[in-house]
Write a protein that binds this ligand. Structure first.
Ligand code: ADP
Length: 416
């Protein structure tokens, strides 16, 4: 990566933070121009043997020492960013604004928001619906405030893009009071990714962002599909929590609720069920081998039938959602694949889309397996729908929203 001192893009530096329960991922951008100046991660926070790594100006930096909490994690991040040899900036005062990934914003939030004490209270209000995510997200916001002082901080919510879902798509068929009293409904997640790739697809098609109907498939460790009508999310596979919908690396996706009662009767407690459904199921659970599609493809090619079955079930579930969303949408321009599996898994894309010519979906195998252009169309000339691979870039989307809202003081355009 080139040194960007004296660059015209050097004017504003935006720090993007993604604070998880035991990790902090970060990326420093120069805006406008979207130049990635530095990125890194601090892992195993609170573990006694934390590890951090950073890449800035082509220089790698690795640190291993105990990091007790997010405050200490951000102190290390500051040290790494300002490291005289391998850092990216001389002083933290060079950072003009900070953007945060926040998982749950509930029903009140439909876009990115400048952070103030009211918003902090709202994030806290959703602790019970996102107990693994919102608490560390808020910890990161508070630690960043303390470290970076009085600069604009912006929150970008995973749930925000899906707030356009109509009631028929977000309500479960439970007694209505459970929605009214306990906020039980579909919220959807991965919203920043679905929004970003749908905006990119609109650009690639030369259409306005509110002029496209798409099915976007985010297939990573967590997986979700979204139905996008006129640029807005109208349905999505994840639900009140990120457990619903597709088969994932270690999560079940859709499950008959009756299985829960049955397992309770067999002696499973809530914690065990949560671990079973979140950590031991999905590709890992079916194959008994791995949650990683790459490993499973090697095993399947060597004749392992459970690995093959896991991949087949994964693909079948995505295919079912594509079929469902073709019916939900009022015409579809294209299907978008993103996330680690969506972007890199040529064989998985083939499994998902093969034999769908009768629905106007026709993959060009050469384009599907080509690796020259990460962002590309992969349908053949007979396909009615376009099929895109679009690498997701949630950090850029957050940086852009932060720049637009925090620096320019206007509503985000490209990514909103
Ligand atoms: P996260 O959801 O944690 O951000 P990613 O989007 O990076 O995860 O996706 C990670 C997954 O991508 C891995 O578990 C692996 O299954 C899959 N993956 C990565 N590279 C390939 C590849 N070349 N072929 C198939 N799957 C891949």
């Amino acid at each position: 990566m080139e040194k960007i001192e004296n660059s015209e893009f050097d004017a504003v530096k935006i720090l993007v933070l993604n604070c998880g329960s035991s990790s902090i991922k970060y990326r420093l951008y120069a805006m406008p121009g979207n130049l990635d100046i530095a990125h890194g991660q601090i892992e195993r926070i609170g573990d006694g043997d934390s590890q951090a790594s950073q890449l800035a100006n082509g220089q790698e930096l690795a640190v291993r020492r105990p990091i007790s909490d997010h405050q200490a994690g951000l102190e290390l991040l500051a040290e790494m960013l300002t490291d005289p040899e391998q850092g990216a900036i001389k002083n933290l005062t060079e950072i003009s604004a900070c953007g945060h990934r926040v998982v749950h914003g509930g029903e009140a939030i439909s876009g990115s928001v400048l952070i103030d004490t009211d918003l902090e209270a709202l994030i806290e209000d959703y602790f019970d619906l996102a107990p693994l995510h919102n608490p560390p997200n808020l910890m990161g916001i508070r630690a960043a405030k303390q470290m970076l002082g009085d600069i604009p901080q912006v929150a970008c919510f995973d749930t925000a893009f899906h707030q356009s879902l109509p009631k028929k798509a977000y309500l479960y068929a439970l007694p209505y009071d459970l929605y009214a009293d306990l906020r039980i409904r579909r919220y959807g997640f991965h919203g920043t990714s679905h929004r970003y790739v749908s905006r990119r697809a609109a650009i690639l098609m030369g259409k306005g962002k509110y002029n496209v109907n798409l099915i976007t498939c985010h297939l990573g460790n967590g997986c979700s599909v979204a139905a996008i009508q006129a640029g807005k999310s109208v349905d999505t596979s994840m639900g009140m929590t990120p457990l619903e919908g597709l088969v994932m690396g270690t999560r079940t996706g859709d499950l008959d609720p009756g299985i829960t009662f049955y397992l309770c009767r067999k002696g499973y407690a809530e914690k065990e069920l949560s671990r079973l459904f979140n950590k031991k199921s999905g590709l890992l659970g079916i194959s008994g081998l791995s949650n990683d599609v790459r490993d499973l493809e090697i095993k399947a090619n060597n004749g392992d039938s459970r690995a093959e079955l896991a991949l087949e079930i994964f693909a079948y579930r995505v295919r079912k959602f594509i079929g469902a969303y073709l019916a939900v949408l009022d015409g579809v321009d294209g299907i978008v694949f993103t996330g680690g599996i969506g972007e890199n898994g040529g064989r998985m894309r083939e499994r998902i889309l093969s034999g769908l010519q009768h629905l106007g979906i026709d993959l060009d195998q050469k384009k599907n397996y080509s690796t020259t252009e990460p962002e590309r169309e992969i349908q053949n000339g007979k396909s009615i729908l376009k099929i895109f691979i679009i690498p997701t870039n949630e950090e850029f989307a957050i940086a852009n929203d932060t720049y637009q809202l925090g620096i320019l003081g206007r509503k985000p355009t490209l990514t909103n």
